[in-house]
Design a protein. Sequence first.
Length: 234
Amino acid sequence: MAYRYFIAMLGAEEGPVVLSRPLRIIEQGPPVRAGGRAAAGFTLIELLTAIVLLGILMRLAMPSFVVWMNNTKVRTVAEALQTGIRLAQAEAVRGNRQVVLSFTNGTPTLNVTAVANGSNWSIQTVPLFANSLDADTQATFVQGGALGDVASGVTITSTPPSVTALCFNSNGRLVVNTAPGPTGASCAAASASFTIDRTGADRPLRVIVGVGGQLRVCDPNRPTLSATSPDGCP
């Protein structure tokens, strides 16, 4: 405990310097907890215990996180396929002419080589007349998109297995066309489905295209479509 004297300076007419009573100075020390103990940080044992518990929790959560990531990749590809089909239908209705959506492993462009379960999709119009010189009646490339590159490791399996293309008329319905333009493409007026899955995922998805142009995404692992299972497949 320290004492300091307060010195009052008086003027000459007041008299000499006067020493007042000492002031008590309280020096502040470290914060004190209830009970008189000084506050302290974490001990090494407490810190190591927290790290071990965090590691255990992360290890328990990791499998669920990996499954969630794989399910997200499956949904991303399903949405990309659904987008391509919707665009082809919309273009057919808008242009009032037949449009073909073909699957390919190459770069989407006019008259690509179509294959079943391709990693990309390509949309083009179907020529109105064979060997026509009129640009308005010739085939034109509309748009393309990726499926395999959207999420790696995802597989697409079509049913029937030989689906290489889908052709839509001006009403947005599936139609038959054995030579719509792209090499190897052939369209049928029948429903088609595409099952999308990935190793490590527990929720595969199926994209179904009906003859009338109806489009549905469902979970094949769920019970059959019903009032109690609205996300199931027909």
